[in-house]
Design a protein. Structure first.
Lengths: 491, 491
């Protein structure tokens, strides 16, 4: 179907497209989030009647929510109007939901980040945060959905990500006939790893998702893992031919549709004054070759091992000393979670160690920037010779799609086999195992010595793929899957 | 088939049934190993013509190997004769094979023990230890097998465990028609976790195993994981109905046959002087209730979390202070591997912390013994009220089968859902999630307050199961699977 068939949709995500605050003069100001999901769903808003339900996350969000009984109209950056409903959860429940269950536990579990010998200790605090935080917040979302459905029927409800695994079940109980879809933006681990959670929790998560009519993932690999774990943990039956699961007498389609970026947005950004300014600053301190990584400081991104791999490369290639820099532009992330604070410390320690070992007058082998500076990141996208994406596990990894779009040096992509984007871009990247630091060192050497013609053909292929499989195409696929009259498209 | 049909078998395992040393007078002495596998295969030797190929592990083993050209006759504890062939590997190759690849890497991988954010760093040292250690030692085993086959044809070759994943492939290349079987005694992790190893290593492991005609595991769960990972990693085709894999035009049967114990051996042991002596010593310092754990000090055994769970129990049940002890009888294991040395330190620290918190004049809540003392373990088997087996992951766990056989107090088994034995004994145990310390604390309380009649009926059921499904039955199943004239039995 085309996006011209206008649908009435309810989108539900924890973080919404806007957030409210007060400025220095006490005036209410709106911040339009650059978050991946908000960007991704912008074009949905442009072509359909959307009510977006999200958490009130700031004090001012709560004030806005209190001023409205239900949804209110907002006009997005592109001038398209949609209805926004901010749900003001109980603050204590939200803290348990967000800071105990969703981010430390579910995120860690879904990226295989636990040191199982020592962590986690599932204790009363986690059981309690689940039953008194994750469950009621999901119930709160479900109630907001059913209230919106009462106000006006919708063609479909579209839930997003690991914060909202139970909400489809609660909506299904109240509205057996409404069409529900869920998209999971993170990796789906295999059944054994779900055993880190007690039986009732891992069952509830699968059961909650399976209350949807369709569940989407970025890759065939995560889809396969989900179908198998749904079979193992709640006894769903896999139909591999129809790419669906049977559960409670219903058929749930399970799709693999990788999200993407808006190429036009990056074309514009690349030519913007802020990016050109940042580019001049980077240019001024540029040696012959630049290896770039752009990441949040998330343990899943594998930043420390990247530094070790680069160290092995420098060890083997003294001829490149003074000629190369590893530019690590890192956005500080989730510092309220101890493992994240510790991980930044580990990153800084490792960078200092490698720099101390190899630095010379006027040359620092690692240029580390821990800062939220998007124009600088885009400027760096234009300027790299090698882009290193070596994530331990990653749902997709948008950097691997964004950076080649605007790169001006035929830069080579080194890509982890465990990043979701590898299913699409692997043929044109140098594939690395994220745990194999010696292979990553060799890939850096191979990338820096690759003939121009090969570099060019690889990056052109990546660009064509991303331009063809852009964000609009992904949104179209999602809408097609939501439309009750159409069988979902599948890859 | 019955074990009376005498077969000519070659058994291959890294550790053999005997080991040689020199005593104080310089005389050669033979030590007959109590290792699980050696015990398990003893009855094989009693009923069939067996040539057993194993590594020469001591200096004296090497001297014995050098005195013989190939195999020589040995007479086992039961008086049955078999041929033994000790393979004297290159010492440096063996060190890489054993201390770099097999025990730290493969064991850690197969029990999900890595802290993936930090470990492992697959580097040149590991690649080198693989190609110059694991590969040539497996090739050495394969050459010993083909030499034995040249000497005398065999009905089948039976490989054991994670040390020998490549040997079947090397034998298959040299002898396309010989019947090969492999039994894996450890858990089989799912495909994502195999990605910790570089592509060529994880492929070689699957390809090596699939050169066998049959592959055996202790549980349906490990079998399922193997069938799926063989599909994902080397493109084998799963036939779930026939419980087999198609690979290279051959059909490989994949069986789930849990190993067991010899009940008669434990009946005898329980009445032995050494055990009775140890029992009197334990009795002298016994409070009202005893919780027992008997384990190697292996991180997979989850000893630290067990102490935390017990701490939570003591916290909630002040009425039981002075009335209960957690007796942890731990056999020190693999102390040449740093993670194991660190784990013993963590165990001691945690025990000291819990004891410091709760101890009173004349009462120490945890009784920790780090010592290899099998008579003491059997004496403790007889005397527990609760047996705690909370392994993170465990191929089977023989303690869960051994201890109930001789227990005299209708002791209750608390059993991890991730221990292989749970597939057989789960119905009669209190099941716990190994990561859930609060649930383990509750299980301790439930076990200590369980009515006598229920405790009795549970332990009787476990005993009947183990006596019926004993070691002899397991050996029969293995032999049936080895016999070229018979389709393998399957659970």
């Amino acid at each position: 179907m085309s996006r011209r068939e206008r649908l009435k949709l309810i989108v539900v995500s924890n973080r919404g497209p806007v957030s409210y605050a007060r400025d220095a003069d006490g005036e209410r100001v709106v911040r339009r989030g650059g978050g991946g999901l908000a960007t991704a769903l912008r074009s949905l808003v442009a072509y359909h009647d959307v009510t977006w339900i999200a958490s009130a996350m700031t004090d001012e969000d709560r004030a806005v929510a209190a001023e409205h009984d239900g949804a209110f109209e907002d006009v997005g950056r592109d001038g398209a109007a949609y209805d926004l409903r901010l749900v003001a959860h109980d603050a204590q429940e939200y803290d348990w939901f967000y800071n105990v269950v969703s981010n430390p536990v579910l995120w860690f579990l879904q990226h295989y980040l636990w040191d199982l010998v020592q962590q986690p200790n599932v204790d009363h605090a986690l059981h309690h945060a689940w039953s008194e935080g994750y469950v009621p917040v999901n119930r709160g979302f479900a109630e907001a959905v059913t209230e919106e459905l009462d106000r006006q029927p919708a063609d479909a409800v579209f839930f997003h990500d690991y914060h909202l695994y139970l909400a489809p079940r609660f909506v299904r109980e109240a509205r057996p006939d409404v069409r529900l879809a869920h998209f999971v933006h993170v990796p789906w681990p295999e059944a054994d790893y779900w055993h880190v959670l007690p039986l009732e929790l891992r069952r509830a998560i699968h059961d909650g998702l399976l209350a949807s009519d369709s569940v989407g993932f970025h890759t065939r690999r995560w889809r396969r893992n989900f179908m198998r774990s749904a079979e193992d943990i709640v006894g769903a039956s896999c139909d591999w031919t129809r790419e669906s699961l049977g559960y409670e007498g219903r058929r749930i389609s399970v799709a693999a549709t990788p999200i993407s970026v808006e190429p036009a947005e990056f074309d514009e950004l690349a030519a913007s004054e802020a990016v050109l300014d940042a580019g001049r600053a980077l240019e001024a301190r540029r040696p012959e070759k630049v290896i770039l990584r752009v990441d949040r400081t998330d343990p899943s991104k594998n930043i420390v091992r990247g530094f070790r791999a680069y160290e092995l490369y420098l060890e083997a290639h003294a001829e490149m000393h003074r000629c190369v820099v590893l530019r690590a532009l890192l956005d500080p992330s989730r510092q309220e979670i101890p493992q994240y604070a510790e991980y930044i410390a580990a990153i800084q320690r490792e960078a200092r160690r490698v720099n101390a070992r190899f630095q010379q007058e006027g040359w620092m082998p690692i240029e580390l920037s821990v800062d939220d500076d998007f124009p600088q990141s885009v400027a760096a996208y234009k300027d790299y010779d090698v882009l290193l994406v070596n994530a331990i596990f990653d749902g997709l990894n948008l950097v691997a799609k964004e950076a080649p779009l605007v790169n001006e040096r035929n830069g080579v992509l080194i890509l982890s086999e465990n990043a979701g984007a590898h299913e699409e871009l692997g043929d044109w990247a140098l594939t690395v195992n994220p745990f194999d630091v010696s292979a990553q060192a060799e890939a850096i050497h191979a990338a820096l010595t690759m003939p121009e013609a090969e570099r060019q053909s690889r990056i052109h292929a990546i660009r064509s793929w991303v331009r063809e499989h852009d964000l609009a195409a992904w949104v179209d696929e999602q809408v097609a899957a939501l439309d009750p009259g159409h069988a979902p498209l599948r890859r």
